[in-house]
Design a protein around this ligand. Sequence first.
Ligand SMILES: C[S@@+](CC[C@H](N)C(=O)[O-])C[C@H]1O[C@@H](n2cnc3c(N)ncnc32)[C@H](O)[C@@H]1O
Length: 264
Amino acid sequence: MTDHTTHIKKEFARQAETLSADSTFTDLAVLERIQTAIVPTATMRILDLGCGPGIIVAVLAPLVDQVVGFDLTPEMLQKARERCSQSGVENVRLLLGNGEKLPFKDGAFDAVVTRCTIHHFKDPRVLVSEMARVTRSSGRVVAVDIVSSQDPKEAELHNALESLRDPSHVRMLPKSLLLTMIQDSGLRIISDTTWEKERSFDEWAHIANDPKRTTPLQTVMLSLASAGNRAGIDLRFDGDTVVFKHRWLLVTAEKLSSPGVGSV
Ligand SMILES: C[S@@+](CC[C@H](N)C(=O)[O-])C[C@H]1O[C@@H](n2cnc3c(N)ncnc32)[C@H](O)[C@@H]1O
């Protein structure tokens, strides 16, 4: 296991409880967007790569034959287990592992979804190509992530703030780069949708669940906002509170060709 994977596991063990209950991750409007992009049917087998606390898994499971939730962090999978059990869904498999090398055959899934994982990979191309590999021919890949500004300086500052909050963060990519990466992995982009989500410092920092980071990070962001530096995320004051906007991207893509449909 690399230092980076150890780091991610430690970080997301810490975040399992807070992320599971966070309003940004449980936002029904976003979950509906994901569901619409997948076009679930009763016979489908779906992979949620980096499923975390199983929020997407529990939404999709009643609509399809099976959902496999796959994640690196045992504490996240435990949360996913609890969520699925509370939702009464049984057609779910929750598997521990690293998305850099998926333990599934080529074309094993009708659709693959991932949300907020790409920016945790040192080489996101590996994740995207693994997603494409395990999707059947003409199957769907739905990738959702926060993207950075197209301006490199703004993107650098934004990513620095994300890293101070969560040191396992690698890089939120500009939209153009993420789209190119998806296209280069044997996927045809059907559509891409972006939207902005206002975040308060408190809600965002609370997920990281570490007061030792929150105070210095707040000082930095207050100082940037006071200086009128928007950090590529429209950082500003709302009354006494620091707020900013995350730009989200949802890409719906189709696997162009496949060496054949297999099973796990
Ligand atoms: C920000 S959380 C998002 C959880 C979930 N996708 C959601 O949106 O509700 C990122 C998740 O990706 C997982 N993750 C990060 N790197 C991974 C990897 N290399 N392999 C598998 N899972 C990974 C983490 O353990 C964590 O649960």
